[in-house]
Design a protein around this ligand. Structure first.
Ligand code: NI
Ligand code: MN
Length: 234
């Protein structure tokens, strides 16, 4: 593998809030929801690599396939303390980093800070899932903010000094919708922004052509609307 290949950083959307971040030879999955995700083109058995899993909160549409991937690959599960304990007790996940809002850790060669989100976080069996969060990830020279499920909140302007890429929910109903995402983008000022958590089911259907046009018109950021399953660089 050449040095350029081993330095590659890219991101792939797998539908809903499921993302794969690749950094060199490492694969980091965010909120893996594959098998029962109507937008996802692959099943969890087809996942070829997983070094770490970041979970923003305990809801099924974010954690559904985390145990299978963690156990098959021996991947490290990064989430709030309550969620990591639950996966250890209920799914025998051996490697976990339980953290909480404001904390930072290093996993699979990337730095991960857990930041606030305004949302709920019960686990699939109803167990208490701690507080919902988002992550500020530093990978190579790039900073990524993945918001998780949240509404817009004014402290977004203080989450990081420079964000290269922001992943924001736009589906509405359970999270901020497209209009509020414009305010989030103005607060965050990311260089590039991608939408998430939409079009999985009819209640969160959104028009991303209109969203991207509004981002270009009303914010300083560059929108990318990823194609499901196609890696992109940023
Ligand atoms: Ni949720
Ligand atoms: Mn959700």
């Amino acid at each position: 593998m050449s040095s350029t290949e081993s330095n590659v950083i890219d991101l792939t959307w797998y539908g809903h809030a499921t993302w794969r971040l690749r950094s060199g030879e490492k694969s980091i999955w965010i909120d893996p929801f594959l098998n029962d995700n109507p937008s996802c083109p692959i099943k969890s058995a087809e996942v070829e690599g997983c070094d770490a899993i970041l979970l923003t909160h305990g809801h099924f549409d974010h954690v559904a396939d985390a145990a299978e991937l963690a156990n098959r690959f021996g991947a490290t599960l990064v989430a709030n303390y309550e969620i990591v304990q639950w996966f250890s007790a209920n799914h025998k996940v051996a490697n976990g980093i339980g953290m909480n809002i404001g904390g930072r850790t290093t996993v699979a060669g990337i730095s991960v800070k857990m930041v606030p989100a305004i949302h709920s976080s019960s686990l699939p069996d109803g167990s208490y899932g701690g507080l919902a969060g988002g992550f500020v990830v530093a990978v190579g020279q790039k900073t990524i903010y993945t918001a998780g499920d949240t509404c817009v909140f004014s402290d977004m302007s203080r989450l990081a000094t420079q964000i290269d890429l922001a992943i924001l929910p736009i589906g509405d109903l359970f999270t901020m919708g497209p209009e509020d995402s414009l305010e989030a983008i103005r607060l965050l000022q990311p260089r590039t922004v991608v939408p998430s958590h939409y079009n999985t089911w009819p209640p969160i259907a959104q028009d991303t052509d209109k969203w991207a046009q509004d981002v270009r018109l009303h914010t300083p950021s560059h929108p990318i609307v990823p194609i499901i399953g196609s890696p992109f660089s940023f």
